[in-house]
Design a protein around this ligand. Structure first.
Ligand SMILES: O=c1[nH]c(=O)c2[nH]c(=O)[nH]c2[nH]1
Length: 296
C-alpha cells in the first residue's frame, strides 16, 4: 500500500500587529492581524524531519514586525505583497505564499467635537444594554455598554508599584493604554428619563474622559470615567466598570539591527489585567434588586 504526503502548508497565524506613527503630537494608528502560509517542497520535514526548507514560523512572525518598522505599512494589499514576495523570493523551496490580513478600524475619539490626537475608539462591535427589574409597583433600571474598545497611544504611565522577588514589569512613563469598556449604570427614578440622550451623554463622557485624563493607572482612569458620568448625569446613582487591560508590548527589533522607539507593538490577547470598580453617589438611592444577579 503506497502512502504519500498530500497537500500541506504552514505559517504563523494571527500575528497581532499595532503600529503608531508619530507626526508631532498627532499619532496615526494601524491595527492588523496578519497570517502567513507557505507552500512548496516540504516533503523533507514531513517525512524525515529534515528542516532545511522550513523557514521557521517564528521567523515569519519576526518578518512581519520588522517590515512594519522598515517601511510604512501602506495599504494591506501592498504589505501582504511585500511579505509574500519576500518569502517566495528568498526561500528556494517555497513556491507559494498566502498572506491574509484583517485590518481593524479605529476612529479618533471626538473631544468637544474635535478628533483627538492620540485617543481612538474601535469601529463596530459595541452594544447598548439594559436590565429592568420590576417588583410590585417599583422598577429599577440598569443600562450600559459592552465592547466599547478604546486605545490611547500616549498619556498613560504606570510606576510606583511594589517590587518583590517576582516583579519583572518595568516602570513606564509612556505606554499604550487600551481596554474594552463594559459599563453599567443604575438610574435613580424610573420614568421621565431621556434614555437615548442619557446613553449618548454617558458614552460621550466616558470616551472624553478616557481621552483627556492623563492616566497613572487603569484604576485611576476607571474611577475618573465613573466620576465624570455621575457629575454629568444627576439621574445616575452609580456606575460600575469592568476594564480589561489590553496589553501592548513593544516588539524587540534589536536582533534585526532596528530600533523600536514606540512604533511597533504586539497586541496580546491573554492573559490580561482586569480592573473593576464603581463610582457611587454619596446620597444615592438604595440599589434594591437593581444589581442582583447581574454580572457587574
Ligand atoms: O494600570 C495598570 N494597573 C495595574 O494594576 C497593572 N498591573 C500591571 O501589571 N500593569 C498594570 N497597569
Amino acid at each position: 500500500m503506497g502512502i504519500s504526503l498530500g497537500p500541506n502548508q504552514y505559517g504563523k497565524s494571527e500575528v497581532r500587529l499595532v503600529t503608531v506613527r508619530r507626526e508631532g503630537a498627532v499619532h496615526h494608528l494601524r491595527d492588523l492581524t496578519v497570517s502567513t502560509a507557505l507552500r512548496g517542497d516540504l516533503t523533507g520535514t514531513h517525512l524525515t524531519g529534515d528542516n532545511s526548507a522550513v523557514l521557521a514560523t517564528d521567523t515569519q512572525k519576526n518578518t512581519v514586525y520588522a517590515f512594519a518598522k522598515q517601511q510604512d505599512i501602506g495599504e494591506i494589499e501592498d504589505f501582504a505583497l511585500r511579505l509574500g514576495r519576500r518569502f517566495v523570493h528568498t526561500q528556494e523551496k517555497i513556491t507559494t505564499a498566502r498572506i491574509t490580513i484583517a485590518e481593524h478600524g479605529w476612529d479618533r475619539i471626538p473631544v468637544d467635537g474635535v478628533p483627538h490626537d492620540h485617543a481612538f475608539s474601535r469601529t463596530g462591535g459595541e452594544t447598548r444594554t439594559t436590565a429592568v427589574t420590576v417588583r410590585e409597583n417599583r422598577a429599577w433600571i440598569v443600562s450600559g455598554v459592552d465592547g466599547l474598545v478604546v486605545l490611547k497611544s500616549t498619556g498613560s504611565e504606570f510606576h510606583g508599584f511594589p517590587q518583590d522577588e517576582y516583579t519583572t514589569l518595568a516602570e513606564t512613563d509612556d505606554r499604550i493604554l487600551a481596554t474594552a469598556v463594559t459599563a453599567r449604570w443604575r438610574y435613580q427614578g424610573e420614568d421621565g428619563i431621556d434614555w437615548a440622550g442619557s446613553h449618548h451623554e454617558i458614552r460621550r463622557t466616558m470616551l472624553e474622559t478616557f481621552a483627556t485624563k492623563h492616566s497613572l493607572s487603569l484604576q485611576q482612569t476607571l474611577y475618573s470615567m465613573g466620576e465624570a458620568v455621575l457629575r454629568a448625569r444627576p439621574d445616575v446613582a452609580e456606575v460600575r466598570l469592568s476594564l480589561p487591560n489590553k496589553h501592548h508590548f513593544l516588539v524587540d527589533l534589536s536582533p534585526f539591527g532596528l530600533e523600536n522607539s514606540g512604533e511597533v507593538y504586539y497586541a496580546a490577547d491573554r492573559p490580561y489585567g482586569l480592573i473593576e470598580g464603581s463610582a457611587v453617589r454619596d446620597e444615592a438611592e438604595e440599589p434594591g434588586p437593581a444589581w442582583t444577579g447581574a454580572v457587574l
